[in-house]
Design a protein around this ligand. Structure first.
Ligand SMILES: [Zn+2]
Length: 252
């Protein structure tokens, strides 16, 4: 049943119950909620109705004359509250979420600047790449694009193009975010794990989170960056490269 149908049902119920001064409207509301299959909502409505009925009896039933008007008002109020609650539930049900994951690897070479998570890292070696080699941002971009099934950054910003030669990856992230936002999505949170043997990344993590959040236009609390070594195992452990995993959740 659509929102308009529900609005109509509640309007009829509210008018009928006000005219008749009965609680039939409450029962109708409960039935409707059960038909909709929302047990949680029905329970909430039951509790609310019970509360209002008790308030009716304890507070308002001091004179027969007063009862009528007050109870009528409480009937209307009950229906309005239930209806608003149903509207909120409808909005919640319409909320869409998407998860995306990204992964990237870059080789290390001596004498190159190291950019990671948008921050310049003090290191004798950096990442070999067509862009600035910010492997963390690349994984993050892939996660964002993956959530919307829009391919990956290699597809979007080809390394055969001179436009992207040595480009600051923050520009690429901002462009990806423009696409995300244009499609009506916003970032609920992002979680990034960097595997690098050396140098130690811990001192840079806060700056990385602040930088990425600012480029993405979101709060720092929504962006997580974690760093690990691979206990000297594999190509990361041999200091030949860096790998990064990123996961994002988008909401609409
Ligand atoms: Zn990359």
């Amino acid at each position: 049943m659509g929102l308009l149908h529900r609005a109509l049902v509640f309007l009829i119920v509210a008018v009928a119950e006000t005219a008749l001064d009965v609680r039939a409207g409450h029962i109708s509301a409960l039935l409707l909620l059960f038909i909709e299959g929302s047990v949680y909502m029905a329970e909430f409505a039951s509790a609310l109705i019970f509360f209002l009925v008790v308030v009716d009896r304890l507070v308002f039933e001091d004179s027969v004359f007063v009862v009528s008007e007050k109870i009528k008002n409480s009937h209307i109020l009950t229906n309005v509250i239930i209806f608003l609650y149903i509207c909120l539930n409808e909005i919640r049900n319409n909320m869409d979420i998407r998860v995306g994951q990204g992964f990237d690897v870059h080789a290390l070479a001596e004498g190159l600047p190291m950019w990671l998570g948008g921050i310049r890292i003090d290191s004798a070696s950096g990442f070999v790449a067509h862009s600035d080699g910010d492997v963390a941002i690349h994984a993050l971009c892939d996660a964002l694009l993956g959530a919307l099934a829009l391919g990956d950054i290699g597809h979007l910003f080809p390394d055969s193009s001179d436009e992207f030669k040595g480009i600051d990856s923050k520009i690429l992230l901002r462009r990806v975010m423009d696409i995300v936002e244009k499609e009506g999505w916003r970032v609920s949170n992002a979680d990034i794990t960097i595997a690098l043997q050396a140098p130690k990344i811990a001192p840079y993590i806060v700056s990385m989170r602040e930088c990425l959040a600012s480029v993405m236009g979101t709060e720092v609390s929504r962006v997580s960056v974690k760093a690990t070594t691979t206990e000297r195992l594999g190509f990361v452990g041999r200091k030949e490269g860096c790998e990064v995993w990123a996961t994002v959740l988008l909401v609409k």
